[in-house]
Design a binder for this molecule. Sequence first.
Ligand code: GLN
Length: 306
Amino acid sequence: MSINYQFILDTIGDEVQPLLSRGKVAAYIPQLSTVPLQQFGMAVYCLDGRVYTTGHAYEKFSLQSVTKLFALALAFAREGDAIWRRVGREPSGNPFNSLSQLEHERGIPRNPFINAGALVITDILAERYVQSDIALLQFVRTLAAEPALDFDRAVAASERETAHRNYAIAHLMKDFGNLHSAVDTVIDSYCRQCAITMTCVELAKAASFLAQHGTVPWNGKKILDASSAKRLNALMLTCGTYDAAGDFAYRVGLPAKSGVGGGIVAVVPGDLAVAVWSPGLDATGNSLAGTMALERFTTLTTRSIF
Ligand code: GLN
């Protein structure tokens, strides 16, 4: 059955309008609080190259934790299973920036998608690359076929100045011996990584290799083998939306990664990648309208992994 994606996206674009004023922008990074709330964009990138959009799908936004997906893919591709000696693969059931489990679990973060785990992945990349943030940016540029993608320096500086919690997490892990580079080096690199900006169209395209078993659909380049891509998708499903991962799986039923900039990217294996953006967040730090849009998307298309 052929699906009328354009009709479905337009329907969703209308349906989410009443939700746009309900969420809250991420004000703890001061620069992000300047983003107007009333925005919604969505883009579908099909493996055959078709693209469908609605709303502000060509507007740049701050990727924030969505970059954790690309950082993990790069580290996993380079280091393989060695990364699991330093970070776990279990949902945390705690907020993305929580410190509490780290003390009991001796500096080993639950998964690579909470801040603690992403800081370890940043450290792993810092050990391998002279400029790991640039290496990651290049990786994302290649995946999106967009050589002009960049960091937003004002957002990176704003996060860096207020990164007290991430500093606390990094110092605790350093004390447990699970951070090898200097804390400042890791935080600097992490804040720049989080400040990469992209549009929904670019993001859906960049994540499409995860829908095609680790191979970039438009140039055939193998980023991960099929087994590793499967594992990365599994982690997105169980950990990609933090302590809302259970509810997100229940409502949406797709592997996904969110960020406090209001972006979420999700994957329908064998079919497509879909990106949504709306800066108003719910209490767990996931885009409120974005989550609803993806829930409607899997309902209206009957495409999910379940
Ligand atoms: N840069 C943000 C932070 O470290 C990313 C958090 C997020 O998007 N959930 O707090």
